[in-house]
Design a protein around this ligand. Structure first.
Ligand SMILES: CCCCCCCCCCCCCCCCCCCCCC(=O)SCCNC(=O)CCNC(=O)[C@H](O)C(C)(C)COP(=O)(O)OP(=O)(O)OC[C@H]1O[C@@H](n2cnc3c(N)ncnc32)[C@H](O)[C@@H]1OP(=O)(O)O
Ligand SMILES: NC(=O)C1=CN([C@@H]2O[C@H](COP(=O)(O)OP(=O)(O)OC[C@H]3O[C@@H](n4cnc5c(N)ncnc54)[C@H](OP(=O)(O)O)[C@@H]3O)[C@@H](O)[C@H]2O)C=CC1
Length: 515
């Protein structure tokens, strides 16, 4: 029997961000491996037109929870959804609910965050910093609390090149920022934001760094651990390979490439693609929860869960494998044939954007206008290119994350726990993983039917022929214009034509002689 699975038996677990990508996979694994856990409290913000119960059923109805329903048929009774908005004071939790949370919770997994790179500083601080502080305050009033696990990101210190499993201080105290945001108006905040975030690439990573500082400062006598995953990708093995459910990180890029919208990207091909499967992250989270509660380390331990130092893959390898998978399992109705040009040069990147992205979008919009439809491709392309520009920082650099704590934890696990809660990425086969990832994006995100593959392949062939035809026509027009304008081009043209003519005459003569 797994020690970790047994540890969660009978426990009351509080999860924030349970409706998100990581939160869902965490709940799934908890129910599957510890079906005898007492209850999982999830803090859910109200959604228009949906009751809490409907929200829970929607999560449980997804394919992700199919195995859970077999192992734990009464799973819906073990989820206790609580209305909460982490942007509000006391999270807007009712008194009764708060009382229950305070008196019963044994373990907290704090996953909720805004992961948008372009959020306002006010909102990002509220969610990623102030809410963390408030949750810690709540945690300090929980007599039965055994461990508080805070989910950060490996990029919270991405202004550094080598990152250790320690909490780095931020130049400005989180408390000062929280206080000043209370009285500063939005216009001034916008103005000072670049000065505050300094060499962090966006507000998200900056506020996650502030969140870690808050954890350190407000930890009191709690048992706390911080987990820093890199780019969280589709499931590797559990409950089945390839599960994804949002367009963040690589997912949106895979869709945009598979649909033929995105054919070139400003990326350093040899930079490490530090993607980490979501089930690996969840396994580490559960192991850390157990270790923190049982072994009670004296200080707050930080755990990196990254792939780059143990089993590195680079963007080139990833791009090639993604394209190879599109050959086998293409997405339906692509705009153009998928392609992946990587360039680290700004000028070349702008050239590709003009020729390979904006020009086809404009041509397509002209076609839509001519056929009496509303143009939409240019707008979509502009949004896509804006998104890609925000991700560029992460695909043009490599980082080194030390993983001493993560390795130490691995060595502390029994062989059974190492198997059930496997977070050893050295065993990951990238080619297989990427193929399943792309397949998962097709099935679970795009909800495309596998029966449509032959038709999609036919469409790709047609697009290839159109591509060749278009290029040939373009070449001939360009050449014709050049000949009309330049004597040198005419000379070259006559030389080629006379050379071909001579070659053909010689060929004909020699074949006549042989006869
Ligand atoms: C040709 C080359 C081919 C290559 C071959 C393929 C090989 C694979 C290569 C893979 C390289 C990947 C590198 C990943 C690096 C990640 C680093 C993460 C590091 C930190 C990790 C973390 O610690 S934490 C999670 C990270 N946190 C996010 O990842 C949120 C980002 N996101 C936003 O911050 C907002 O999304 C933002 C953008 C403001 C827009 O915001 P916005 O207001 O414009 O509105 P929306 O979000 O609604 O999206 C508007 C439209 O952009 C579309 N879209 C949204 N995201 C998209 C996305 N990723 N890729 C494409 N398309 C996306 C969407 O489909 C919409 O399209 P539509 O208009 O048709 O609806
Ligand atoms: N995905 C990634 O690549 C990485 C993620 N991380 C970290 O992992 C954690 C989870 O990320 P992920 O699952 O991908 O993110 P998601 O965006 O999928 O999930 C975010 C969760 O936070 C909840 N949330 C947001 N705002 C509020 C609010 N005001 N009140 C209550 N709940 C709120 C969301 O609820 P709702 O459903 O209502 O929106 C959702 O459940 C985050 O802390 C993130 O920083 C770290 C590294 C990489």
């Amino acid at each position: 029997m797994s020690t970790i699975a047994a540890f969660y038996g009978g426990k009351s677990i509080l999860i924030t961000g349970a409706t998100g990508f990581l939160g869902k996979v965490l709940m799934e694994k908890l129910f599957r491996t510890s079906p005898d856990l007492k209850v999982i409290y999830i803090l859910v913000r109200p959604k228009a037109g949906q009751t809490l119960q409907q929200g829970v059923f929607q999560i449980l109805d997804s394919k992700l929870f199919e195995k859970v329903k077999e192992v734990c048929p009464n799973v819906h009774e073990k989820i206790r959804a609580i209305y909460a908005d982490l942007n509000q004071n006391d999270f807007a939790i009712s008194k009764e609910d708060m009382q229950e949370l305070l008196s019963c919770t044994n373990i907290i997994f704090h996953c909720a965050a805004t992961v948008r790179f372009d959020d306002t500083l006010r909102h990002a601080v509220q969610l990623n910093v102030t809410a963390t502080r408030q949750l810690l305050l709540m945690a300090s009033q929980m007599p039965k609390l055994e461990a508080f696990i805070h989910i950060s990101t490996a990029y919270s210190n991405c202004n550094l090149k080598h990152i250790d499993e320690v909490i780095y201080p931020c130049p400005v105290e989180p408390k000062k920022i929280i206080d000043s945001l209370e009285w500063l108006d939005d216009a001034i905040i916008d103005e000072i934001t670049p000065k505050l975030i300094r060499d962090w690439p966006n507000i998200y990573t900056y506020t996650k760094a502030l969140g870690e500082m808050v954890v350190q400062q407000e930890s009191r006598n709690l048992n706390i651990a911080i987990i820093r995953p890199s780019i969280v990708g589709a499931t590797w093995q559990e409950p089945f390979p390839g599960w994804v459910d949002n367009i963040n990180g690589p997912n949106g890029i895979i869709i945009a490439t598979g649909k033929g919208f995105l054919r070139a990207i400003k990326a350093t091909p040899m930079a490490v693609a530090d993607v980490i499967p979501v089930d690996t992250v969840v396994n580490l989270m559960l192991a850390v929860g157990w270790y923190t509660a049982v072994h009670r380390p004296k200080s707050t331990l930080v755990y990196h869960i990254t792939s780059g130092n143990m089993n590195p893959c680079n963007w080139h390898k990833m791009g090639v494998q993604v394209l190879a998978t599109f050959e086998k399992i293409p997405f339906e109705r692509p705009f153009r044939r998928p392609n992946a040009n990587f360039t680290s040069n700004s000028f070349t990147s702008q050239y590709w954007n003009a020729v390979s992205h904006r020009a086809p979008a404009i041509i397509y919009d002209c076609y839509l206008r001519l056929t009496g439809r509303k143009p939409r491709m240019t707008k979509l392309m502009n949004r896509l290119l804006r998104t890609v520009s925000m991700l560029e920082y992460f695909i043009n650099r490599s980082w080194e994350w030390s993983t001493y704590n993560t390795e130490m934890l691995m060595s502390e696990l029994s062989p059974e726990d190492q198997r059930v809660f496997n977070f050893d990425v050295r065993q990951l086969n990238w080619l297989e993983y990427i193929e399943n990832y792309v397949l998962g994006v097709k099935k679970y995100l795009l909800k495309e039917d596998m029966a449509g593959i032959p038709k999609a392949k036919q469409r790709l062939k047609r697009l290839r022929n159109i591509h060749y035809l278009f290029n040939t026509a373009l070449f001939l027009i360009a050449w014709r214009l050049l000949i009309a304008r330049s004597q040198m081009a005419r000379n070259v043209w006559f030389f080629i034509v006379s050379f071909c003519y001579k070659f053909l005459s010689y060929f004909r003569a020699s074949s006549t002689l042989k006869v």
